[in-house]
Design a protein around this ligand. Structure first.
Ligand code: HCB
Length: 214
């Protein structure tokens, strides 16, 4: 088994200790933290989702897997942060949130981590955030980009509402919207009039840079 396969397997088994040990081992091997997350831990999460859907896993297994992945990511986090260009001028202000009704925040937190280390000024509103609050905070903080996450088909439905409200308030000229999360597709993002879409955290940084025209 490769180290990435081991990482995925440790998430599937919900083994927190093992995830932490594997994260340390990956760092020791010189593997980029974001690569370890995307090719290792996140792959395990994909399987957890499939197992949950097919009835092989129940909520407790999904919760254990989430806890294990978070523990592994926490080990990688300081290394990612130290690799960021601290002291450099900030690129743009991004308000990040998991949309209302949705408690899934692992992916959003990874996006936050990578954006912060890529010189974006990130304001994280957390999970289950009402559309009205996202707009208020973006206005107050003079954000350049709103990045929203949804992991459920039911909560994805709030994304068009956010875009429509911003349009109605005539706020879209200087405030770009980027959407993401497992059920969100590029096609759907276009359909709802989102300015950007990303399928993973690396893509989110790329999309945000493109939105800022840099
Ligand atoms: Co949850 N859950 N869950 N869950 N869960 C999903 C999302 C299902 C798809 C599983 C399934 O059925 N196959 C499903 C949703 C089905 C649907 O669409 N209708 C589901 C369900 C049903 C539920 C509950 C309703 C279960 C229940 O209570 N009966 C409940 C919902 C509670 C609620 O939100 N109101 C629930 C709860 C949980 C937890 C708490 C056990 C746990 C979340 C813990 C946490 O986040 N703190 C959990 C988990 C872990 C999952 C799965 C297994 C993994 C999600 C995850 O973390 N993936 C998920 C299955 C799946 O997604 N395939 C399952 C890993 C991250 C790294 O990927 O896609 O989130 P990501 O993020 C990427 C990417 O999308 C992108 O970058 C990230 C990093 O690369 N990105 C953005 C994300 N946001 C972005 C924003 C941008 O602007 C740009 C890019």
């Amino acid at each position: 088994m490769t180290i990435f396969e081991k990482m995925a397997d440790a998430v599937i088994r919900g083994n927190e200790e093992e995830c932490m040990e594997l994260a340390k081992a990956a760092l020791k091997e010189g593997i980029e933290p974001i690569k370890a997350i995307q090719q290792g831990f996140a792959k395990g999460m994909e399987t957890v989702g499939i197992n949950f859907e097919s009835g092989k896993f129940y909520l407790p297994e999904m919760m254990l897997a989430a806890k294990a992945m978070n523990a592994g990511v926490e080990v990688l986090e300081p290394v990612m942060a130290s690799k960021g260009s601290q002291g450099a001028p900030k690129r743009a202000t991004v308000v990040l949130a998991t949309i209302q009704g949705d408690m899934h925040d692992i992916g959003k937190n990874i996006v936050k981590l990578l954006m912060s280390t890529s010189r974006f000024d990130v304001i994280d509103l957390g999970k289950d955030v009402k559309v009205t609050r996202i707009i208020e905070e973006a206005q107050e903080k003079r954000a350049d980009i709103i990045g929203v996450s949804a992991l459920m088909t039911t909560t994805m439905a709030y994304m068009p509402e956010l875009i429509e409200d911003l349009s109605a308030m005539d706020m879209r000229q200087h405030l770009k919207v980027m959407v993401g999360g497992a059920p969100v597709t590029e096609e759907w993002a276009k359909e709802i009039g989102s300015d950007g879409y990303a399928k993973d955290a690396v893509g989110a940084v790329r999309a945000a840079r493109e939105l800022m025209g840099k």
